[in-house]
Design a protein around this ligand. Structure first.
Ligand code: FPP
Length: 281
């Protein structure tokens, strides 16, 4: 049962959006490309890192809203493999913010029964960051609510390459036949294995790119781009994205049927779905 008052207070603009949603037809998994931190800071004559700092409040609001709505998964793109090219101080600040976030929010994640996971090449991160991430994953491992993935040192192409390498190794070892490699097996080797593919991909700050994010998984995702810069993104904006999602017709390459359009077989009906067991590497 969704406690609407905990998501949005009565008679507020966000409550009006919430009331317009069909709560039985929410996306199961939402992915977000958080963008616009630098521009937000620049517009205020602040250093870029202040945009990232301000973005933490948006992370908190989005995670809480998604969990309270009962979504199965939320994946936030926090640091790509390409982001290492940024100035050292910016990279360092992002990693520090992440550690501070985990320290401050861990209890909140536990209170909301949220399971924290990382998608990406975690071992390429600084040892203190890895330790904080591993602790958060271990402490929330038994949580049965929403899976909250943070994409870190992440690249969609690298993820597919990692999956291909693992499957190839099994073929070489003789534990997998070549003709057994299919889409399901590849999905099962991705960092997001166990979670359904995102139904909705949100990108803030108006950029029309997917930026190497979840390339395999977003094959049929609805894409929603908002001009709102990430540090200003709040519950209302997230709800507006969900409302837009509900206005879209999802056809999965087919035609619109009179009945509700359902996803391909891997996506079981919302009511019947088992609890995901996300695999992280
Ligand atoms: C994109 O803005 C944002 C990022 C690369 C980092 C996002 C990270 C956070 C909000 C903080 C840590 C996250 C968690 C999950 C605690 P940009 O710098 O590319 O903005 P610009 O395009 O305006 O320059």
């Amino acid at each position: 049962m969704i406690a609407k008052d905990e998501i949005a207070k009565p008679s507020t603009p966000e409550r009006a959006v919430l009331d317009s949603l069909e709560l039985t037809r929410l996306p199961r998994h939402v992915a977000v490309i958080m963008d616009g931190n630098g521009r937000w800071a620049k517009a205020r004559h602040l250093p870029r890192v202040e945009g990232h700092r301000a973005g933490i409040a948006s992370v908190r609001a989005t995670v809480e809203t998604a969990a309270r709505l009962g979504l199965e998964g939320l994946t936030l793109y926090a640091f790509s493999t390409e982001n290492w090219k940024r100035p050292r101080l910016e990279v360092l600040t992002l990693m520090t913010l992440l550690k501070e976030y985990l320290k401050r929010e861990l209890q909140n994640l536990l209170d909301h029964d949220i399971r924290f996971r990382v998608v990406g090449r975690i071992d390429g991160l600084d040892a203190t960051v890895v330790a904080a991430l591993k602790e958060a994953m271990a402490r929330t491992e038994q949580c049965g609510g929403m899976v909250f993935n943070v994409a870190l040192n992440y690249s969609g192409r690298a993820e597919i390459a990692d999956a291909a390498r693992e499957l190839a190794a099994e073929v070489v070892a003789g534990t997998l036949r070549l003709d057994e490699i299919d889409e399901e097996r590849i999905s099962g080797r991705l960092y997001t294995a166990g979670l359904p593919d995102p139904d909705l991909l949100i990108r803030t700050s108006g950029e029309m790119r997917v930026s190497n994010f979840l390339l395999w998984q977003i094959a049929y995702s609805e894409i929603y781009v908002t001009p709102v810069l990430w540090p200003e993104f709040r519950c209302r904006h997230f709800l507006e994205a969900l409302a837009e999602f509900q206005r879209r017709e999802r056809r999965y390459g087919g035609i619109v049927e009179p009945e509700r359009v359902t996803a391909p077989s891997r996506q079981a009906p919302r009511e019947a779905r088992p609890h995901p067991t996300a695999v992280t590497r």
